[in-house]
Design a protein around this ligand. Sequence first.
Ligand code: ATP
Length: 244
Amino acid sequence: MSAISLKNLDISYGPRQVVYGVDLEVAEGESFALVGESGSGKSTVLKSIVGLAPDWTGEIRVFGKDRGHGTDRSFSRTCQMVFQDPYGSLHPRKTVDTVLSEPLAVHGLSGRDARVGEVLSLVGLDQRFRYRFPHQLSGGQRQRVAIARALTLEPKVLLLDEPTSALDVSVQAEILNLLKRLRRDQGLTYLLVTHNLPVVSFMCDRMAVMNKGRIVEIAPASTLHTGDFTDDYTRHLYAASGGA
Ligand SMILES: Nc1ncnc2c1ncn2[C@@H]1O[C@H](COP(=O)(O)OP(=O)(O)OP(=O)(O)O)[C@@H](O)[C@H]1O
């Protein structure tokens, strides 16, 4: 059974269709990248999976379970999204403790105190960060909190939307290493959106290339070593990035 299965997925914002006929199977434990230029529809595919782009047709399945069009609580326990900008995605007046406790409270789970402590250490943050506010943290620490929040419900799938591109270059590698270690240790499956091909080489097993809302090629990430892509647009993207 695939961890994520998308079949003939069309997605619109109001009258405007932005994703066309996407078919994708991501295996359990796999790290899969969606690449392509800005506006090609990569983020929209992730958003549809978590319910943030509800105007879609086709099929979205996670671990064999069909996703409906509304909010789906059991779905959010399996599948969580991490956004690009950790400052924008964390409420400025909520402490780290509140941010990390909320998903547990919403799902009526007990043992919140212990779980908050656990996820902080999973992402390499000292317990003293617990009662701080986002503005008291660096960009990298904020992204660690956002990743910790995504992990609180013990999901099996993380959807990562440009998880390091808002960070200083020196911090990007730290967060990529953290994500790599978490995937291995927690047995997670990743679907990651990026325009950065070296990130794909470092983090991913396979990649799908999107152009104007369509997948034009699916290839092993190792193809980035040789540049041996079959699709013209992919070759153009590869050449424009100077290889990976
Ligand atoms: N909330 C929205 N309402 C209307 N149109 C949107 C919305 N979000 C994105 N779009 C449009 O949908 C198209 C695909 O956007 P999307 O963000 O999925 O692309 P992307 O490949 O992830 O690009 P980027 O890397 O810039 O985020 C774009 O034309 C964008 O303008």
